[in-house]
Every structure is written in structure tokens, then in C-alpha cells.
Design a binder for this molecule. Structure first.
Ligand code: AP5
Length: 190
């Protein structure tokens, strides 16, 4: 398999998609080829066509086995892609049944990541970003719950590193400091 596979994770609303999009622009200027894939979009294509979900925010409330099947299909599609790939996804997904691993063994064996990146910032900033985004149907959560999710994500990322030998990076995406986050991510991707 040729190319580098970098998995970018972070709790909803931390700004991972924003950091990825801006980093892709920087990499294009430097002629470093990357393709960015949104894992949730790959899952949603199947979920929608099979009638399981009408919007992406419904997916985390689906039956756990359905979510796992959607995960497997998405991982297989992404695993077959060539070249340098960024995968925008989640270390864990908060579901009514508990934290669902975003990258269980059957996903990791398809994708073979080189690196897992955790995009993080203070939980009060995440809460404010979620409240400001009217385009999504976010779960109602307080700062303590968001902090717990970020802590769990570090534990999940460590287990993914143990399973695959991939490295783990933490990128901070703080208010008014998006450029710092882009610098940090581009350094990982170069
Ligand atoms: P996904 O597509 O990842 O959606 P999400 O979790 O809701 O993430 P978003 O893309 O909405 O948020 P973001 O953190 O990227 O923030 P954004 O850049 O928009 O996943 C959708 C669903 O797919 C999941 O819920 C799950 O069901 C499923 N799924 C995905 N992967 C899965 C997996 N592996 N296994 C199982 N299920 C999976 O930014 C948010 C806001 O912050 C914006 O307004 C932005 O302008 C602002 N912002 C960003 N950076 C800054 C900054 N530095 N300062 C100030 N504001 C900022």
C-alpha cells in the first residue's frame, strides 16, 4: 500500500474539519498531495441509501450493530484508496449505549494508519462553537461531559497505537489561534 494514512480525530465541534481544510490549502501550495476523506460522509452515503438515517447526526443514535456495519463498509472503501490520505473521523463516538470506538480492530486492519491526530481545545470553547453552529443537531452536553469525552479519546488513541504501532499527535485548536493548529498539523502531514 503506497502513501501515508493520517487519521484526524476530535470531539464534535472542536474544529477538526476546519483545521483539515486549511491545512489542505497549505499542502497544495507546497505541492504535497493529500486527499481528505470524511469517514462520517462515507458511512452516511450507505446509511441514507439503506434508509437508516436522513442526516449525519442521526447515525450515532442507530443500533450499535448497524453502526458497526456502516463502519466496516466505510473502512473497506477507504482502505482500498491509494496515495496520501487524511481521514476525518472520531477516536470514539458518544452513543446512547456508551462510547463506541471509532477505529475498532476491523477498521484499523483496513486502514493501517501511520498516525492518529487528536485535535483538542478547552471544553468551554467547544461548547461555544457547538452553540454557534445552527447547521447541525448537536447533543446537549455540558463542559464536564465534553472534557470526559476528550479524556476518553486519548485513551482510545493510545490503544490504537498499541494495536498498530502508529504514532499519536495532539494538535491544539484554540480560539483565535487557528494558524497555530494549521502549522502543527501541516508539520505532521509533510
Ligand atoms: P463528522 O462528520 O466528523 O461530524 P462531527 O463530529 O459533528 O464533526 P464536525 O465536522 O461537525 O465538527 P468539527 O469538529 O470538524 O468542527 P468544524 O470544523 O465544523 O461525523 C458525523 C457522524 O459520523 C458522527 O456523529 C458519527 O455518527 C459518524 N462517524 C464518523 N466517524 C465515525 C467512526 N469512525 N465510527 C463510527 N461513527 C463515525 O468547526 C466547528 C465550529 O468551530 C465552526 O463554526 C468553526 O468555524 C469553528 N472553529 C474551528 N476552529 C476554530 C478556532 N480555532 N477558533 C474559533 N472557532 C473555530
Amino acid at each position: 500500500m503506497a502513501g501515508k494514512r493520517v487519521i484526524i480525530t476530535g470531539v464534535p465541534g472542536v474544529g477538526k474539519t476546519t483545521v483539515i481544510e486549511e491545512s489542505m490549502k497549505r499542502l497544495a501550495e507546497e505541492n504535497v498531495p493529500y486527499r481528505a476523506i470524511n469517514f462520517g460522509s462515507c458511512m452516511f452515503e450507505t446509511a441514507k441509501s439503506e434508509g437508516f438515517a436522513e442526516d449525519r447526526d442521526q447515525m450515532r443514535n442507530l443500533d450499535r450493530d448497524v453502526q458497526k456495519d456502516l463502519q466496516k463498509l466505510a473502512a473497506r472503501r477507504i482502505g482500498a484508496m491509494e496515495g496520501n490520505i487524511i481521514i476525518d473521523t472520531h477516536a470514539s463516538v458518544k452513543t446512547p449505549a456508551g462510547y463506541l470506538p471509532g477505529l475498532p480492530a476491523w477498521v484499523l486492519t483496513e486502514i493501517h494508519p501511520d498516525t492518529v491526530v487528536l485535535v483538542e481545545t478547552d471544553e468551554d470553547q467547544i461548547l461555544m462553537r457547538r452553540m454557534g453552529d445552527e447547521s447541525r443537531r448537536r447533543d446537549a452536553e455540558g463542559c464536564r461531559s465534553i472534557a470526559e469525552h476528550q479524556a476518553f479519546n486519548r485513551a482510545f488513541a493510545a490503544s490504537y497505537a498499541m494495536m498498530t504501532g502508529c504514532t499519536v499527535h495532539i494538535v491544539r485548536n484554540e480560539n483565535f489561534l487557528l494558524d497555530h493548529a494549521i502549522d502543527a498539523l501541516v508539520a505532521v502531514l509533510r
